[in-house]
Structure formats: structure tokens, C-alpha cells
Write a protein that binds this ligand. Structure first.
Ligand SMILES: Nc1nc2c(ncn2[C@@H]2O[C@H](COP(=O)(O)OP(=O)(O)OP(=O)(O)O)[C@@H](O)[C@H]2O)c(=O)[nH]1
Ligand SMILES: [Mg+2]
Length: 414
């Protein structure tokens, strides 16, 4: 494992608890990117010197890098190109910020063609303007070869632009395919249910529990990157359940855009299961819920949200009650579960069922014929057949979409 130092620059009057939490999250992210954190630094910054990083501070950092034998410094804050250049130059090691770290994790986890393309696109778009400024600065100082960008020429930029255009082209092709799949699913009366929530909340564990199938689960951030979708039976009704990438605080817009087609699985869903880790301290739950709500609020159009309080096996009923009271309006329609012990899954299915579009229920009678038998097997696929009685006719108690009922009536019941 490569050794790294994590650094967070904070305003002197900012909330101490929040700072600690953000630094802890940065460490989790570093771990998820296969680094071992050997040092952590919290630096104060002053409002009037917001964009400057004192020379002394950077030199201090350089000494720590040397003493701790670190290969990389990771800043919690976004860095300007000049800061990046100066710190890299003084510390003599690679320097990245939180978003580049997230991109590194995404690159490690990307398995599908689409996810790989998205990661590469986001990376190019994020790093290119920075690299350009650093390289032009280096040219001035005549220090080619630095950071492996020595062969930089103007054609390099053209090259990158060409690559970006190619990736975008390929992505729109993949995306188009997804759109048509979604239309197809809707046309067949399949509702889309998506698991959303902060990273590590237990979405994949819940997916597995509902599917009784193995999807990668790990106590790490961003374990799931590409959406996994399967069809599931909810009390006779079929839905498509999708497991998705987790949210995180300050996820910048360009990153959301980069992963739009992944996140679209959430944003276009009919029902969103917002999974919350109920075992975490109240203030963390509160902040994470706010992040999730903000992200969903901006992007979701007409989905129903069910808040799923997970990991209830780790806390007492008393603690849970207190938390729910304190969180109040942030947790509408809560369902309590433990994805691990599979407790509460029945309630969850009931809640999902109650949010599905209402289907028409009708008694249909069909004559005995070969054709009726094939209609019957079609009805089993398209709707919920509550009962079939064979008298001198076939009596079917059917619940289905209006189109299905209309079709069967117009062919059979005349
Ligand atoms: N005790 C307990 N642990 C749980 C429960 N659900 C999930 N976990 C654990 O929480 C950790 C994260 O679970 P995941 O299912 O990978 O979380 P996720 O939300 O899919 O995470 P990302 O894909 O990284 O966004 C794992 O170590 C799980 O074993 C639960 O109900 N109880
Ligand atoms: Mg997951």
C-alpha cells in the first residue's frame, strides 16, 4: 500500500466536529483507494488569505512527507492550479485533492464499459485545465520532464479534445440503449425501484437480502459503481430493483454529470429506497440525510421516496426512537430493517407494494380453447392472477394494467 498524508485546510472559526468528520471521511476515501494514511494535518486558513497557502506551511508539509516517507499528499479541499504546482514542487511528490481521489476510486471500481468511459471522461475534463497551466508554467521555467508531461505540445490539447469527443460519442450511444430499455420496461408494466443513499449505508447488502444473491459488499466507500439491476417479485408484482453508487457530501456537479447515466437509474426510478445507516451518531445521520435530500431534490422528478432505516440490529429500540424523534421531518415514511439479519424486509416489501401504481382488478371469463390457454399464460406474465376457476368456462380473477385488461376484453369477452 502506498503511504499518503491527508490534509484539511479549515477556517479558524469553523465547526470542530465537522472538520474531524470530514477528515475521517477523507481517510476512509484514501483507504478505499488502497492507500495507507501515515499522517494527517489540519491547517487553519484565514478568510482574507483564502486562496493562499503560506510558504512556511508548505515547507512544514514537505518535511512531514520526507519524515513519513509519503508518496502522495491528499487535500480535502479543492486546489487551484498554482497551489497544486507550488505544493508539488516543494513536497516533491504527487498532490491531489478529494475529487481526484474519488476519481481514482471510481477508476479502480469501474467494471463496465460505460463506467470506464465515464471515469476517463471525468478525469480528462477535471485534470486537463490544471495540467495545462502547470505545464505552461514549467515550460517557462524550462523544466521539461516534470510529472511525465515533458512531451507536451499544442497538439497535445487537440489530442485530448479529440479523445473527449470520442468518449462522449460512445457514451451517448450506450446511454441511448439504456433509455430504450427503460421505455421497454415501463411499457411492460415494470416499475423501477432504486436503492439510493450515502455510501456505506448498506444498499448492496439490502439488494442481496432482497435478491438472495451476491453483489459485492464491503465496509468501504464506493464499493458499487456500476448499477446492478434485477427483477424482483413484490407480492405478485414485478419490479426492477437497481443498486447504485452512493452519495457523498460536496459531490460536485461535474461529477454528478459525469455519472449521470449511472445516477439516472435513481433519478428515473418510480420508487426510491433511501437507505440510511441508523447506527451512526445522530449528527452524522442528520448531515448525511441532508446531503441525500439535496441531491435527490435537485434531480428527481416524480418518484416516491421510502426512507429505509438500516442496521437496526446495532442499536436499541430506545435509541432508535430517540433518533427518529430528533430527525423528524427528514425521515418521512420510515421503514425499519436490518439488511444483515433480514429483519423488517416484509414491511419494506409492503411499503414498496403500496407505492406501486394501482392496477385494475377484474373477473374475466374465457371459453375453453387452445387460444384461451395461451391468453392465460400471457396474463400470468403481464399481471397478477389471483385465481383461476375452471367451470364450463375459464374464470380469471385478474389484476393488471388497464391496457392488458382492455386487450384481453376486446379479444375474449365479446
Ligand atoms: N450490522 C449491520 N451491518 C450492515 C447492515 N447492512 C449493511 N451492513 C454492513 O455495512 C457495510 C456496508 O455495506 P454495503 O452494502 O457495501 O453498503 P453500500 O451502501 O452498498 O456501500 P457503497 O456501495 O460503497 O455505496 C458492510 O460492512 C455491511 O456488512 C445491517 O443491517 N447491519
Ligand atoms: Mg454498494
Amino acid at each position: 500500500m502506498k503511504k499518503v498524508i491527508v490534509v484539511q485546510r479549515v477556517d479558524p472559526d469553523s465547526d470542530d466536529l465537522k472538520n474531524k468528520r470530514q477528515l475521517a471521511e477523507l481517510k476512509d476515501l484514501a483507504f478505499a483507494a488502497n492507500y495507507s494514511v501515515t499522517g494527517e494535518v489540519i491547517q487553519s486558513r484565514y478568510p482574507d488569505k483564502k486562496y493562499q497557502l503560506g510558504k512556511g506551511k508548505v515547507q512544514e508539509l514537505a518535511l512531514s512527507v520526507k519524515a513519513l516517507d509519503a508518496e502522495k499528499v491528499i487535500f480535502c479541499n479543492e486546489l487551484s492550479s498554482m497551489q497544486l504546482y507550488n505544493i508539488t514542487d516543494t513536497c516533491k511528490c504527487a498532490v491531489i485533492d478529494k475529487f481526484q481521489l474519488i476519481l481514482e476510486i471510481f477508476a479502480l471500481r469501474a467494471t463496465t464499459r460505460r463506467a470506464k468511459l465515464q471515469v476517463e471522461l471525468a478525469r480528462l475534463e477535471y485534470e486537463i485545465p490544471r495540467a495545462k497551466i502547470i505545464v505552461s508554467h514549467l515550460k517557462k521555467e524550462e523544466r521539461p520532464g516534470f510529472m511525465g508531461l515533458g512531451s507536451y505540445e499544442d497538439s497535445y490539447e487537440q489530442d485530448i479534445k479529440g479523445r473527449i469527443a470520442r468518449i462522449k460519442g460512445e457514451l451517448s450511444h450506450v446511454q441511448g440503449h439504456n433509455e430504450s430499455l427503460r421505455t421497454f420496461r415501463h411499457a411492460h408494466g415494470l416499475s423501477m425501484v432504486a436503492l439510493a443513499g450515502y455510501t456505506n449505508a448498506g444498499k448492496s447488502t439490502l439488494f442481496n437480502a432482497l435478491m438472495e444473491e451476491d453483489v459485492d459488499v464491503a465496509d468501504m466507500l464506493f464499493t458499487t459503481l456500476s448499477p446492478v439491476a434485477r427483477s424482483m417479485d413484490v407480492m405478485g408484482r414485478k419490479v426492477i430493483l437497481t443498486d447504485t453508487v452512493g452519495f457523498i457530501e460536496d459531490l460536485p456537479h461535474w461529477l454528478i454529470d459525469a455519472f449521470r447515466s449511472t445516477l439516472d437509474e435513481i433519478f428515473f426510478a418510480d420508487i426510491i429506497l433511501l437507505v440510511v445507516d441508523a447506527s451512526e451518531p445522530l449528527d452524522i445521520m442528520h448531515d448525511k440525510l441532508l446531503t441525500c435530500h439535496e441531491t435527490l431534490w435537485e434531480q428527481v422528478h416524480d418518484a416516491s421516496v421510502i426512507t429505509v432505516m438500516n442496521k437496526t440490529d446495532l442499536i436499541s429500540q430506545e435509541e432508535l426512537n430517540e433518533k427518529m424523534e430528533a430527525l423528524g421531518y427528514l425521515v418521512p415514511n420510515p421503514v425499519y430493517i436490518s439488511a444483515k439479519t433480514m429483519g423488517g424486509l416484509g414491511d419494506l416489501k409492503q411499503a414498496i407494494r403500496s407505492k406501486l401504481p394501482v392496477w385494475e382488478r377484474k373477473e374475466i371469463s374465457m371459453p375453453f380453447s387452445k387460444h384461451s390457454m395461451s391468453v392465460l399464460s400471457w396474463l400470468f406474465k403481464e399481471g397478477v392472477v389471483h385465481s383461476v376457476k375452471y367451470t364450463d368456462q375459464i374464470l380469471v380473477d385478474l389484476e393488471a394494467r388497464e391496457e392488458v385488461i382492455n386487450k384481453v376484453i376486446s379479444f375474449i369477452d365479446v
